[in-house]
Design a protein around this ligand. Structure first.
Ligand SMILES: [Zn+2]
Length: 111
């Protein structure tokens, strides 16, 4: 019985996680989720047209590597990779956050 639950949890974990790192990079502009990318797949995306932020996902971490906002605070925040971590660009009303990273709830439940 317990073995079955553990097996189901393990299968669910394997099925849900998008890559080795697990988790999602969620992009929110003006309070609306506009995109989400698997944290486990390397990619570089430009968010926005006039006001832009370049988001890089590499080795299971996400970072804003370029932006034309005034303060560049988003670039200085560095890379994020754990569940709940965020990068905020106030001038562009942009939030990049991690969902279900290393601290995912079913990791704890499975132990
Ligand atoms: Zn910024």
């Amino acid at each position: 019985m317990i073995l079955g639950v553990l097996l189901a949890a393990a299968l669910l974990y394997l099925f849900l996680r998008p890559g080795a790192a697990g988790g999602w990079v969620v992009v929110t502009r003006d309070g609306v989720e506009t995109a989400r990318y698997p944290l486990g797949q390397d990619r570089t995306v430009t968010i926005g047209d006039g006001d832009y932020n370049v988001l890089e996902i590499r080795d299971g971490a996400a970072a804003v590597i370029e932006a034309n906002c005034g303060d560049h605070t988003c670039m200085r925040m560095g890379a994020i990779s754990r569940d709940g971590e965020t990068i905020v660009c106030l001038p562009h009303h942009l939030i990049v956050s991690i969902e279900g990273g290393e601290a995912a709830p079913f990791d704890a439940a499975a132990q």
